[in-house]
Design a binder for this molecule. Structure first.
Ligand SMILES: Cc1cc2nc3c(=O)[nH]c(=O)nc-3n(C[C@H](O)[C@H](O)[C@H](O)COP(=O)(O)OP(=O)(O)OC[C@H]3O[C@@H](n4cnc5c(N)ncnc54)[C@H](O)[C@@H]3O)c2cc1C
Length: 738
């Protein structure tokens, strides 16, 4: 019979989650190719990358021969080829968003710069991959594949150039100064174009053989803007510029290049037509970068989550060993065995770091998977529109808008019990690829900026906590796990590919799409259901916080401030941006809960996971609860500030002095017993009543009260998770650097 202590031992977290656990949570347990890819990327990260960092390669921002060897390691390990389709020599079948996310996760577990170095090559190819002509795709993808045995050629590497020297392109991508002009256009021949582009902070520039650059027309014979491919052998100037004096990501190359080149018009990405003697690019630079960033930003978000999760093991090791070696500290004593882990605060902070990393990873990988589902739907949508003669850009947008009503109808039908819904209609709408595309698209349009914003922005703040837990060591080069470097690196991840403002601006628009909101309403029901079955996850808190967020959004869309000014408006970033932040907290908490349920469902089928599953599940559920409570707290705070904060506070002197003074007296009696209240005049304590009584707020105040009550047990979960951190086994030494 199982004894009480054995039962208890079964519920203890034995080891840190390994690959089998991650494969289940992030849903690649049935993808052997991805599992092998993770191993290859990890070998590069914890081998050559870790050695470079340990040897001090990050102390210089120059691109050195040693750093250059990383490119070879990427090629040999298969990392470079992940981006390529099989028809161009790649080995990953189908969409590659999850594959690329896993590679970035592994590399940035050790060093974000190395991950960026690999990703920037993909970023250069992405405009061609997403919007290039068949010929462009074929040519550049093949050249970017590492040469195979027997092939006599060198690999072609790329850089992506959007950002320009001040005062041009940064967050505002429309402020282009790079220009495209007609240099030569002989009758019946392809036009030759003159490209003048200066870049700022361009990654991979020290070794790029080609550049995909954003330019605007500087010639009446060219319409609008576009992206164009530049090659180092094109006639003119291909000046790589001086290296950027970076404080971060020094294992990637960054600089401010200058290009003044002549290129054939066939280098316009996506091609062009000629209309009335004017070259009309098929895609504007805005259309190309939108298609590119919506995918690549997810990967960047995951880089910061990897850093947070990578901090757990070194911090535990540091905490436990903190007092060992001292004369009076004997093996077996709590001070020797637990070290700093005898103290509650360091454990609680580590729980927060771990929970943040988990939630970010869950949100990021879920988004990458959604893009994997969206990719074939998007291709199908383009084929269907092409067959109907609907062009790209605005024409497609208009056509999709007409389908919005049907998509909402489908979501309503899908949420209706089978017995009472029109099954035939539900099936017809459910099998329409355009409707399905529209629904998925509305989701990724929220999730992608959310991953980039929350994982990197909040992640960078939490990374500071990890550094602080290592004491002085944390801010030295010798810090195990390179945590100090990772803290600074996280800030770059929050900045490049569009800083936080860009993501918040996008969310301001996409999170009010009725298609998204309809799905969001379904999630409230989903969280309530989970709460009744798995209350320990904190799903109840998330559900209530979701209701509060929705209430607040609806209120702000209709309400005005004290001056009568509209509150939910694009220019009112003080309203829209915090609301976007609040949503991100909810999304991250939801996806973590879903991953824990997956682990619970599939864990028993895997013998390695099944062995320690009860303890692991208990711990992960507690982490979930901690994260849900934190999310609920943030949402409550933000919503309350927004709902009440735009009402004018009654002037102190407008209050009836008698009652006010009486109120002040009551307050003083409680907080400072024995101190006499002032009588009359300005400056005394206002009565609390008038500033909190507003019409129609009952719904909000009830939700707020309910949310507070939902925190029940959250701190107990934190205590349990903290205790688990004192018992979990970790390896003797970190597996990098070697
Ligand atoms: C190491 C490194 C590598 C990079 N690699 C590349 C690369 O390979 N290719 C490339 O094209 N670019 C690259 N970049 C550039 C990077 O993408 C930009 O720095 C970034 O997009 C921000 O632009 P900016 O620096 O001009 O900031 P700004 O646009 O000046 O923004 C400054 C601040 O103002 C805020 N802000 C700006 N506009 C608004 C607004 N409308 N509303 C609210 N807030 C606003 C921003 O959020 C930010 O906090 C790289 C940058 C670095 C540092």
């Amino acid at each position: 019979m199982e004894t009480t202590s054995e039962k208890a031992a079964g519920n203890v977290l034995r080891t840190l989650p390994g690959d089998d656990v991650r494969q289940i949570m992030w849903r690649f347990a049935d993808r052997y190719d991805l599992q092998m890819l993770v191993q290859s990327a990890r070998a590069v990260a914890r081998g050559p990358v870790a050695r470079l960092v340990a040897e001090g390669a990050r102390n210089s921002h120059d691109w050195t021969t040693e750093k250059g060897r990383l490119l070879q390691a990427f090629d040999e390990s298969g990392i470079t080829a992940v981006f390529m389709d099989q028809e161009h020599g790649g080995f990953v079948e189908g969409p590659k968003n999850t594959a690329l996310a896993l590679v970035a996760f592994e590399l940035s577990w050790v060093d974000g710069g190395a991950a960026t170095c690999s990703l920037a090559g993909n970023l250069a190819l992405a405009p061609i991959h997403e919007r290039g002509t068949a010929e462009q795709r074929d040519a550049y993808m093949r050249r970017a594949m590492p040469p195979q045995p027997g092939e006599d050629r060198t690999i072609s590497r790329g850089a992506f150039a959007l950002t320009e020297p001040l005062p041009y392109v940064g967050v505002e991508t429309g402020l282009l100064s790079g220009k495209l002009r007609v240099a030569e256009w002989q009758d019946g021949k392809e036009p030759i174009l003159q490209v003048d582009k200066r870049g700022r902070f361009i990654t991979n520039i020290s070794f790029a053989n080609f550049v995909t650059a954003a330019v605007d027309s500087g010639d009446p014979r060219i319409k609008g803007s576009c992206m164009v491919i530049l090659e180092e052998t094109d006639p003119g100037v291909f000046d790589r510029g001086t290296p950027t004096r970076k404080l971060v990501h020094q294992l990637s190359s960054t600089g401010d290049p200058v290009f003044s080149l002549r290129v054939p018009a066939s280098r316009i990405i996506g091609g062009y037509t000629v209309k009335d003697g004017v070259i009309v690019p098929r895609y504007s630079h805005g259309e190309v970068i939108e298609a590119v960033f919506r995918r690549t930003r997810v990967t960047v978000g995951l880089m910061t989550s990897a850093k947070l999760l990578s901090a757990v093991e070194p911090v535990i090791r540091y905490q436990r060993g903190r007092f060992r070696g001292g004369e009076s500290v004997q093996p077996g004593s709590p001070r020797y065995e637990l070290g700093l882990q005898q103290r509650e605060d360091v454990l609680h902070r580590l729980v927060d770091i771990w929970a943040t990393g988990e939630a970010g990873a869950s949100l990021g990988f879920a988004t990458a998977r959604l893009f994997d589902e969206l990719d074939p739907l998007e291709r199908r949508k383009d084929e269907l529109f092409a067959a109907q003669g609907v062009g790209g850009g605005t024409a497609q947008l208009k056509a999709m808008r007409r389908l919005q009503k049907d998509a909402i109808e489908y979501l309503t039908l899908a949420a209706t019990p089978e017995a009472t819904r029109d099954g035939a209609r539900a099936e017809a709408l459910g099998s329409d690829p355009l409707i399905q595309y529209l629904i998925q698209d509305s989701l990724v349009n929220v999730l992608c900026p959310a991953v980039k914003l929350w994982n990197t922005g909040h992640g960078a703040t939490v990374m500071r906590e990890a550094v602080s837990l290592m004491g002085g060591y944390g801010i030295t080069e010798d810090c195990p796990g390179f945590l100090g470097h990772k803290w600074m690196d996280a800030q770059l991840e929050a900045t490049y590919e569009g800083p936080e403002a860009v993501q918040r601006r996008q969310l301001t628009v996409t999170m009010i799409n009725e298609l998204f909101l309809q799905q969001f309403r379904g999630w409230i029901v989903e969280m309530r259901r989970i709460a009744s079955e798995r209350p320990g996850t904190g799903a109840c808190t998330v559900a209530t916080a979701m209701q509060l967020w929705l209430w607040t959004l609806t209120h702000l869309q209709a309400a005005t401030d004290a001056e009568g000014g509209k509150l939910y408006h694009g220019t009112r970033q003080g309203v829209t941006f915090p609301l976007a932040d609040a949503l991100c907290w909810l999304l991250a908490a939801r996806y973590l809960i879903l991953d824990i349920l997956e682990l619970e469902a599939k864990g028993p089928q895997n013998p390695v996971v099944a062995e320690g599953l009860p303890g692991l599940l208990q711990f992960m559920t507690d982490l979930c609860h901690v994260q849900s409570a934190r999310a609920g707290g943030e949402v409550g705070r933000i919503c309350a500030e927004l709902v009440y904060g735009y009402n004018r506070h009654p002037a102190w002197d407008d209050l009836a002095c008698g009652s006010c003074t009486a109120d002040a007296a009551e307050v003083l009696e409680v907080v400072l017993p024995g101190v006499k209240a002032p009588t009359g005049g300005a400056g005394h304590l206002p009565k609390a009543g008038p500033c909190v009584q507003f019409d129609g707020m009952e719904g909000f105040t009830q939700l707020r009260l309910r949310l507070d009550a939902c925190f029940t047990g959250a701190r107990l979960a934190k205590d349990r998770a903290a205790e688990a951190l004192t018992k979990v086994m970790i390896p003797e030494a970190l597996d990098y650097p070697v």
